[in-house]
Ligand binder design. Structure first.
Ligand code: COA
Ligand code: AMP
Length: 631
């Protein structure tokens, strides 16, 4: 081992100004910052204050100016439309400049919000970068969310404009987006001045006169140059699940984000400019923001925008085709993608059909990776497989094997070591350091490194309360885990009601709010239970109001439809059980953890505080009848 990781880690903790100041030299500034880190108002730290910068300039124009206009910036690969389209840095810059001109012509100003509700098509990336170009704040809403979720975000972000598309395509199914957008706007008191619609040939739609505008019309505008913004000005707003039905608007700055992501491409992912980097995620999630759009382009790589699933039907080799065809060097995806592939192709027969000699590294994140999946992926691909841990809030990895810096031995199940910049501890409930190997609350000592969220949109109070008040001086990750005797970090699960379904972060609290709104439901609970492909899926338990007589099948299908309609299909809510009572403590707290253990077939002890232990036997019986545990 070279000691490079240890050196970087210690410098980033002991002298963050020096460490991140050096990293900032790789970024193009219009005006040099006055200081690297401003710490006068914790936890509201500011990175590179006084600096003027533009994220779009760093992603596109700079590379074009360096003579790289013909390098491929973006490959759109869409098995669902049987399309592959490549954009050079020059072409992408020109499209973005015209899109930015169109936004400006419609009155979008620096600091205005633009909601982007789109499938995985190039126009989505162009719209994001166009916002960055003029200093507008984009807020991408994942296409699998239903109109109510979209409405909540529109109401909170108050966008001056929305960019959307006529439809999304899910394998063999068209998802009409426009009706979802119209329904969302009907629910909102805030009305954006215009909606831009990309007409897809699979499902063109009628435009609302006076409100809607086609993408082509938008792009008729004159191109505009990048607008210098403050380093601390927001680049984007991304909503993520919180512990209530109301999502949290994570706000990201320009300068810190630019420095951190540029550093991560070289030092975590070990990729080189010009290489093909593929994050098989969706632009609606943070992984898509950081590693489909910004990171690879800041670093001069070629990025892939993939509109499809990890397993095509009938082709379980969908991923291998992309890697071979486009010469992918580094792949980043969620473990669920590999579990799905393994299910269809357990012996890797499809892998052997493709030339995968170009791939060097596979990174996994988004949910806990079971060692079995990691080992299977490693055996099939013959390259190091690195599990790394991060959150929407941080925007980049907190714990990883920093392959570019120094490859450390892999321990399957662990996400290796804290990334330089993150000073991690595991604390017990009393705030004491947990002994090595003992699970506790994973926290990060302030300040968080650059690139992490600067606050919650319009909600400094919740920013402080949710993340910085449990343990003064520390950021609470809401993940439980431990550090072993070698200093390796193991992330075991959430301490709140968030679950990870196929790598997608969802709130069981939000689902409970929907179930509770059913007229026959007296009370309910939702737990995340084990699923062999998606890792976790939600399972509902409902107690019916006195006197209600209904069949289990009837109420279950109504509840499934409600979640699908109000949260979206992405919740993967497919089962609900009617029970006489919910297991509770004597003080009335629902024992969700115990329900989960029963459903997962994990041994459990009857909590001493339970008010009526008999109910656990009833739930066990019901779950057995429903086929749980699903292993
Ligand atoms: N718009 C509309 N609906 C969507 C959608 C979108 N953008 N994305 C997903 N959905 C729907 C799906 O069609 C599905 O609907 P269904 O219940 O009617 O079948 C539902 O939401 C759940 O989607 P998903 O969780 O993707 O499950 P799946 O069974 O369709 O596919 C995998 C499972 C594992 C193959 C797929 O999730 C995958 O390829 N995952 C890798 C993704 C990844 O790497 N994410 C990284 C996050 S960091
Ligand atoms: P998101 O904000 O959608 O990126 O989800 C963040 C959450 O996903 C984290 O708080 C973890 O609970 C979980 N997560 C992400 N990556 C990992 C990982 N490598 N191992 C374990 N959990 C992970």
């Amino acid at each position: 081992m070279s000691g490079e990781y240890e050196r970087a880690f210690h410098e980033a903790v002991s002298n963050p100004e020096k460490f991140w100041g050096a990293a900032a030299t790789k970024v193009r500034w219009y005006r040099h910052y006055d200081q690297v880190l401003t710490s006068d108002n914790p936890p509201f730290y500011r990175w590179f204050e006084g600096g003027m910068v533009n994220s779009c300039y760093n992603a596109l124009d700079y590379h074009v100016e360096q003579g790289l206009k013909d390098r491929i910036a973006l490959i759109y690969d869409s098995p669902v439309t049987k399309t592959v389209k490549k954009f050079t840095y020059g072409e992408l810059r020109d499209l973005v400049a015209r899109c930015a001109g169109g936004l400006q012509a419609l009155g979008v100003l620096k600091g205005d919000r633009v909601v982007i509700y789109m499938p995985m098509i190039p126009e989505a990336v162009i719209a994001m970068l166009a916002c960055a170009r003029i200093g507008a704040i984009h807020s991408v809403v994942f296409g699998g969310f239903a109109s109510r979720e979209l409405a909540t975000r529109i109401e909170d972000a108050k966008p001056s404009l929305i960019v959307s598309a006529s439809c999304g395509i899910e394998v063999n199914r068209i998802i009409p987006y426009k009706p979802l957008l119209d329904a969302a706007l009907a629910q909102c008191s805030h009305k954006p001045s215009k909606c831009i619609v990309v007409q897809r040939k699979e499902a063109p739609v009628d435009l609302v006169e006076g409100r809607d505008l086609s993408w082509e019309t938008l792009l008729e505008a004159e191109p505009v140059p990048c607008v210098p913004v403050n380093s601390t000005d927001p680049l984007y707003l991304l909503y993520t699940s919180g512990t209530t039905g109301k999502p949290k608007g994570v706000l990201r700055d320009n300068g810190g984000h630019l420095v951190a992501l540029t550093w991560s491409m070289e030092n975590i992912y070990g990729v080189r400019p010009g290489e093909v980097f593929w994050a098989a995620s969706d632009i609606g999630w943070v992984v898509g923001h950081s590693y489909i759009v910004y990171g690879p382009l800041f670093y001069g790589c070629t990025t892939i925008l993939y509109e499809g699933k990890s397993v095509g039907t009938p082709d379980p080799g969908a991923f291998w085709r992309v890697i071979a065809e486009h010469g992918v060097s580094v792949l980043f995806c969620a473990p669920t993608a590999f579990r799905a592939i393994r299910k269809e192709d357990p012996h890797g027969d499809y892998i052997k059909k493709y030339d995968l000699s170009g791939i060097r590294l596979l990174f996994l994140a988004g949910e806990r990776c079971d060692p079995d999946t990691l080992l299977w992926a490693r055996a099939q691909l013959g390259v190091p497989v690195i599990d790394h841990w991060w959150q929407t809030e941080t925007g980049w990895a907190i714990g990883a094997n920093c392959a570019g810096l120094e490859m450390l031995p892999v321990k399957p199940g662990s996400c290796t070591k804290p990334v330089p910049g993150y000073d991690i501890s595991v604390l017990d409930a009393a705030g004491r350091d947990a002994p090595a190997g003992e699970t506790g609350n994973v926290v990060v000592k302030m300040p968080l490194p650059p690139g992490c969220f600067t606050t919650l949109w319009n909600n400094d109070t919740d920013f402080v309360k949710t993340y910085f008040s449990a343990y003064p001086g520390y950021y609470l990750t809401s993940d439980a885990g431990f550090i072993d005797t070698d200093g390796y970090l193991w992330i075991m699960g959430r301490t709140d009601d968030i679950i990870n379904v196929a790598g997608h972060r969802l709130s069981t609290g939000a689902m409970e709010e929907v179930l509770a709104s059913h007229p026959d439901v007296a009370e309910c609970a939702v737990s995340g239970v084990h699923d062999p492909v998606k890792g976790e899926v939600p399972l509902g338990f409902v107690v019916l109001k006195a006197g209600v007589i209904t069949q289990q099948d009837q109420i279950e299908s109504e509840l499934i439809a409600m979640i699908r309609q109000k949260i979206g299909p992405i919740a993967s809510f497919k089962a609900a059980a009617v029970v006489k009572r919910l297991p509770k403590t004597r003080s009335g707290k629902i024992l969700r953890g115990t329900i989960k253990k029963i459903a997962d077939g994990v041994p459990y002890s009857v909590p001493a505080t339970i008010d009526d232990p008999v109910i656990l036997d009833e739930i066990t019986g019901i779950l057995r009848e429903m086929g749980y545990p699903k292993r």
